[in-house]
Design a protein around this ligand. Structure first.
Ligand code: URA
Length: 229
């Protein structure tokens, strides 16, 4: 991490009200590649490349007509922690990678706030194509795309899935409950622990909510420790 990145990380900590940093060996341990001593979970019959190949030059829904690139997901294929967002925005559509715009930069800081790197985790979205003008995903688009997210999760088999924002939380948890009721607690789903927090794009508009996201991230860090011991 260079000094600019360090400054921006410390600014993020200040924004979310962190008053001291835990640099004990236990805190550093989570920095280690999280899959290092991971017990193999149920063997998956496919890998991420074959799911991507199956998506192909997808024409399954109307978003194919307006997208530039399919945004499949990126990161550690053996990640213990997966972040699921809503759908690609402009920058993601241009680059074919998830969370690379302003919200993505904030997500990177959020990940680093619990001493992880982006490369340690896996990041993807419910929808793999950008909705025009970033409008909300429509039911037929979710119906076409959600099976691929389910296959990604079944292949990675993370210990924890963190849903970013209302849409991802409602889709992954299959509920209509509002994010205010869903965030900040763990749900068990298919052998994974699922937690929801506010979307980084929402935090850019409502920075006062960063404090809650920090609380959620601390829960994730503690749960990772618990599941590893
Ligand atoms: N917002 C999302 O939900 N996903 C992205 O990849 C970028 C912004």
């Amino acid at each position: 991490m260079n000094s600019d990145e360090l400054t921006s990380q410390l600014e993020f900590f200040r924004d979310i009200g962190v008053e001291s940093l835990d640099v004990s060996p236990a805190a550093e341990a989570v920095c280690d590649r999280l899959d290092a001593d991971r017990a193999p979970l149920q063997e998956s019959l496919e890998d991420l490349d074959s799911i991507r190949a199956d998506i192909g030059d997808c024409q399954r829904c109307k978003l194919a007509r307006t997208r530039t690139n399919i945004v499949f997901g990126s990161g550690n294929p053996n990640a213990e922690l997966v972040f699921v967002g809503e759908a690609p925005g402009y920058d993601e559509d241009q680059q074919g990678l998830p969370f690379v715009g302003r919200a993505g930069q904030l997500l990177t800081k959020i990940i680093e706030s619990i001493s992880l790197k982006r490369e340690d985790v896996y990041i993807c979205n419910v929808l793999k194509c950008r909705p025009p003008d970033n409008r909300n995903p429509e039911p037929d688009e979710v119906a076409s795309c959600n099976p691929f997210l389910k296959r990604q999760l079944a292949t990675i088999r993370p210990k924890i899935v963190c849903c970013l924002g209302t849409f991802a939380a409602q889709t992954v948890l299959q509920t209509a409950a509002p994010i205010s009721r869903l965030r900040g607690k763990f749900f068990d789903m298919d052998g994974m622990r699922v937690i929801a927090t506010f979307h980084p794009a929402y935090l850019l508009r409502s920075p006062d909510k960063k404090r809650e996201v920090w609380e959620d991230m601390k829960q994730i860090r503690a749960e990772l420790f618990r599941l590893r011991s």
